[in-house]
Design a protein around this ligand. Structure first.
Ligand code: CP
Length: 311
């Protein structure tokens, strides 16, 4: 891994832990350059990529596809329902096949935490792996787009008071973000139900009731209640969750004028955030989705730089 002429070069991009602060800042600045159309696009017209999504996704899947197409890459279609996954083919064998076909980049979302380890350790698989989310593990592209959105607003991370609120235990967004934001100098707070808070968060920030900090926050990062990981019941009605832990209109009115609200989406409207606030002036939820394309272009470029260095 390295930064050359402000550009990152990596063989795989599977977690935020593998990136230095310098590399993180270079990636988000490169994302901003792509957004501002300041980049002369390299010729990636001979590159094949594929997006292997074993869990549902709209934003991550489709924005990687837009990023790949904007970079001029060929995107190989893959659908778990119509592929040999239905015949029992494993993830390893699917990626081995793609690699043998000449696919150079596999973006993968999979329910198993750390699914990528056996893929990047393989001496036969030559395709680079980009993690589009591993169970409740990591979500590096979401983290980088979140960082880009905060950086666009404040131009730094040092001393920012950032609250990550909600379904912490199940959230790969919370885990990716808390680690890197602390490293970058932000003050992290956590809020949400006790049941979804655990010791693993203690090293990164303070756990408080949302009402005890709302007026002091620079960034309120709301998390989706991940119903699919709650074995059928999250244990709260939507109304109870919203009233006790969510961003109500009353809480919104207490935020600083300069504060911003983030949410990785999809949003459970009127649970994590009032329906009326999803596109409110302090909300950056749409900006996050837009930034996702540009930061993913930067990630793909970093992979291509890494592959070029290895040749
Ligand atoms: N934020 C996010 O990962 O959304 P998708 O599940 O739609 O990709």
């Amino acid at each position: 891994m390295s930064v050359i002429n402000n550009q990152v070069a990596v063989s795989n991009l599977v977690s935020m832990e593998m990136l230095s602060n310098e590399e993180v800042l270079a990636l988000i600045k490169r994302g901003s350059e792509f957004k501002a159309s300041k980049v002369e696009l390299p010729d990636y017209s001979s590159i094949f990529t594929t997006n292997l999504f074993f869990e549902n996704s709209t934003r991550t899947h489709k924005s990687f596809e837009v990023a790949e197409r904007r970079l001029g890459m060929h995107v190989i279609d893959f659908n778990t329902d119509t592929s040999s996954v239905k015949k029992g083919e494993t993830l390893y064998d699917t990626v081995l096949t793609m690699s043998a076909l000449g696919v150079e980049v596999c973006v993968i979302r999979h329910p198993e935490v750390d699914y990528y380890k056996e893929l990047i350790d393989s001496s036969t698989i030559t395709a680079s792996i980009v993690n589009g989310g591993d169970g409740s593990g990591q979500h590096p592209s979401q983290c980088l787009l979140d960082l880009m959105t905060i950086y666009e607003e404040y131009g730094h991370f040092d001393g920012l008071k950032i609250c990550i609120a909600g379904d912490l235990t199940h959230s790969r967004v919370a885990k990716s973000n808390m680690q890197i934001l602390k490293r970058l100098g932000a003050e992290i707070y956590f809020a949400g139900p006790d049941e979804w808070y655990s010791e693993e968060f203690e090293a990164y920030g303070q756990y408080k009731a949302i009402d005890d900090m709302i007026e002091d926050l620079d960034v309120l990062m709301l998390l989706r209640v991940q119903h699919e990981r709650h074995n059928g019941s999250a244990g709260f009605s939507k109304e109870d969750y919203h009233r006790t832990f969510g961003l109500t209109e009353e809480r919104y009115s207490k935020l600083k004028d300069s504060a911003i609200i983030m949410h990785p989406a999809p949003v459970n409207r009127d649970a994590e955030i009032a329906d009326s606030l999803v596109e409110a002036p302090k909300a950056r939820i749409v900006a996050q989705m837009e930034n996702g394309v540009y930061v993913r272009m930067a990630m793909l470029e970093a992979i291509m730089n890494g592959r070029h260095l290895e040749k």
